[in-house]
Ligand binder design. Structure first.
Ligand SMILES: [Fe+2]
Length: 258
């Protein structure tokens, strides 16, 4: 599991650190250790670098209206600028009280979240999930197709791409209250569809089904209510038009490499 996460992170497919730079927190921690080991510890502590562990909200990888007509610009603005920002703020507040976790890769925190204050589960999960979500999407009609290997694995696990989508939509629609639908590579190396409540995800040690996420769809009402109102099923069905299959295929390749 760890190796799979490492591969995803090193491929730059998920955000593991502040500022959207997967190297920042790790290198900051390494620099801090080196400084502490030398006589320069006092000076190092006075440097602004001590706040490098803070997470920031990365801009979307496309314009707010890029996903229209599947997801409208107003939803994207609120979802990214308000909801995701709140998770970033909540995660930073939780880290403020836990210097021992500052600079640790977010995946490492999520993997041990059962032993941490619930803010890490809610806000750490919220930040990771939304970063992953934004990077799973692209303008309608530009997402390409699953790679040959990924398509074969989908056929093997579900029978067809359409059957996988159906299972995924059912998982999302069947999630009581707020949560997420996921396509993952499970610990046996197979593709599987699952759902998690609230801001949980399959990287967490509290998840019923654990694995490496390949795709995730946000089924909180804030993801669709402005445009779709109570028609969550329509949102789930339309969402496939903005899935970036090249990103998903790369994630799949990394997940099964380990
Ligand atoms: Fe969301």
């Amino acid at each position: 599991m760890r190796a799979a996460l490492g591969a995803l992170a090193s491929a730059g497919l998920i955000t593991t650190a502040a500022c959207g730079d997967s190297g920042n927190a790790a290198s900051g921690a390494a620099a801090g250790s080196a400084a502490a080991a030398s006589g320069a510890a006092t000076a190092a502590r006075d440097e602004p670098a001590e706040t490098d562990w803070r997470y920031t909200l990365a801009p979307l990888p496309y314009a707010y209206d890029a996903l229209e007509p599947v997801i409208d610009a107003e939803t994207m603005q609120l979802h990214h600028g308000r909801h995701h920002q709140a998770y970033v703020n909540g995660l930073n507040a939780a880290l403020e009280a836990r210097p021992d976790l500052q600079g640790m890769a977010l995946e490492e925190i999520l993997a041990r979240v059962s032993g941490l204050p619930v803010a890490f589960r809610n806000h750490g999960g919220g930040h990771w999930n939304h970063d992953f979500f934004w990077n799973s999407m692209t303008a309608p009609g530009t997402g390409g197709e699953p790679s040959e290997a990924f398509a074969s694995a989908i056929d093997e696990a579900f029978g067809s791409l359409e059957a996988m989508k159906e299972a995924f939509n059912q998982a999302g629609g069947g999630q009581f209250g707020s949560g997420w639908a996921w396509l993952i590579v499970n610990d046996a190396g197979d593709l599987e569809v699952t759902a998690t409540p609230n801001q949980d995800n399959p990287l967490m040690d509290v998840a019923e089904v654990q694995g490496t996420p390949i795709l995730g769809n946000d089924v909180w009402e804030h993801a669709y209510y402005v445009q779709y109102r109570n028609r969550g099923g329509d949102y789930l069905a339309a969402w496939w038009d903005v899935v970036d299959w090249s990103v998903a295929s790369e994630r799949y390749a990394s997940a099964v490499e380990d």
